[in-house]
Design a protein around this ligand. Sequence first.
Ligand code: SF4
Length: 296
Amino acid sequence: MNIQSLSVVVPNKSCVNNCAFCVSKMHCDAYKNQMDDNLPFFDLYLKDYLKRLEFARHNGCNTVMLTGNSEPQQNRKFLTYFGLFMQMMRDPFQWIEMQTTGVLLDANYLRFLRNHVGVNLISLSVSAPEDMDNLQIIGVPGGAPFHLAALCQEIKKYDFSLRLSVNLTKAFDEFQGQEERFFQWAKGLGADQVTCRVLYSDGGDSEQAKWIQNNAAAQETVQGIANYVMLKGKPLGVLPYGATKYSLHGMAVVVDDDCMAKGKLPDEEKDAYKYLILQPDCKLYSQWDDPASLIF
Ligand code: SF4
């Protein structure tokens, strides 16, 4: 088994945000949280957890993504344990990413992530270029101060790599026909990488699906960005799921959409690719939200 990346689900009871398009926060505690030091068998589960981390590491995995159905930074105690695990492992993970909207992150927290947890890349989900619109879409708890540009500056001050994971809402239609300005905006924030995520509705009548139908970026905006990247960018390689990564204005850019030409993976690479998910029940799965995908 050749595991290319491990997603670590940081346990939390619920997400502090309320993103308009979120479907995952409903499943926050679908897996029992055994990483709780108040539980009687915590010592056993610690060993189980370490065993799963070692398993992924022994099978060629060097990348961890701290993520989940909430904000990882909501559980500082777990992140403290995770940092200790890295110090306890004989051959720890070198490449640790964290996926977040950035709420609750300040200079002190960033220092802790960098120095103790060992995070080296922060992937920031951004749903609108203007802070007020972004906050409204994310549903940030009232009064929490949040300034994207200032946060990006702090992230760069601690020398993290910065990925902007741009959710292409209609707020980005302002860049339609002005793709260069869009990438200058990202560059201005200090991004090393930009991933543009196209929002798809499943056509159902859930609140989230309806929100996406009414608030996704126009097809012209998406196509304009995709065309610009293919025309001006230099291909850097093909990602495991088939999207091409381009070098553009000194940033690595991926547009995650069907309108992009997808690179063809050699068959043996297709077979080799695996990503695993370590849930708070201390077990490894190969798929999100499907207990049947249990590995061990
Ligand atoms: S931060 Fe993530 S889990 Fe939380 S509400 Fe937003 S999309 Fe959902």
